[in-house]
Design a protein. Structure first.
Length: 276
């Protein structure tokens, strides 16, 4: 009961200090760290990553990454402007780089700094597959998921301090028990579903963005079928993971594809680029 009260108190504090709005959902989100602080740090980290790795330029694959990224960025700006968020991207400094690595990975930092690893290209298979990945990663940045994760980390640390203070008169053994219970409870009941929620949200936003950029959203589910095959079925149970299961993602993307097409149609997109 005591742990429940502590978690509730920390949650109430989070609601009180939340001051950012997700433009895609309209929901209030935690923002303990401002973009004025976050973006410069992300840009510096991005430069460090580029300096420490081999960046591929002047190839058809590198050109494709830039081309798809620019189209996704344009789609994002069109959507934001049409929905009352003019100027939302003013501080974004879009950059798209292909990095030589066997990692099956891609990411977009807060502020629009994007990296694709060559290891993910065989799974993407084509430009539409790249657009599926690009839309998802850009969606994380647009929805301020990095900001929210940092805020969540701060909140979790504050909760740990609260538990330590609340159990200060207990024996060391009981204090350790409470801290372990808090760590497990805040992870399974808070951090992990919070992260899964971000992934699901980015899947939806990314699907809309790729459709608005002229790429067939039906292909996003096909991409994740290939991701599933590449993983060999090795994944923790969904409730212990930071990501939804592959099957959950595939089902969600298939269900959302018609909505993405309908949204794209509002912006004059009635047909999609062929696979290549």
């Amino acid at each position: 009961m005591r742990l429940k009260k502590i978690l509730l108190t920390v949650g109430v504090i989070a609601v009180i200090v939340s001051c950012a709005t997700n433009p895609f959902t309209g929901k209030k989100t935690m923002a303990f760290v401002s973009n004025d602080q976050l973006f410069p740090a992300a840009f510096a980290q991005y430069s460090q990553v580029l300096n420490e790795n081999k960046v591929i330029t002047g190839t058809s694959d590198a050109d494709m990454i830039t081309r798809v990224g620019q189209r996704i960025a344009v789609a994002a700006e069109r959507w934001l402007n049409a929905n009352g968020y003019q100027g939302y991207l003013d501080d974004y400094k879009w950059e798209y780089k292909l990095i030589e690595s066997e990692q099956v990975n891609a990411w977009c930092m807060p502020g629009g700094k994007i990296a694709f690893y060559t290891g993910i290209l065989p799974i993407a298979q084509n430009e539409t597959g790249v657009a599926s990945i690009m839309g998802h990663e850009v969606a994380h940045a647009l929805a301020n998921h990095g900001q929210q994760r940092m805020s969540s980390g701060i909140l979790q640390q504050a909760g740990g301090v609260a538990v330590a203070v609340a159990t200060g008169n207990e024996s060391p053994e009981k204090q350790q028990m409470w801290m372990q219970a808090y760590g497990l409870g805040s992870s399974i009941g808070g951090v992990l579903p919070f992260s899964r929620g971000h992934e699901t949200e980015a899947d939806k936003i990314g699907l809309y963005l790729m459709a608005m950029a002229g790429y067939n959203p039906d292909e996003a589910a096909e991409l994740w079928k290939r991701m599933k095959a590449n993983s060999g079925g090795q994944a923790p149970p969904e409730f212990l993971s930071t990501h939804p299961s592959n099957d959950t993602r595939i089902q969600n993307l298939q269900a959302l594809a018609p909505d993405a097409k309908a949204e794209a149609k509002k912006f004059g997109i009635t047909s999609f680029r062929p696979l290549n």
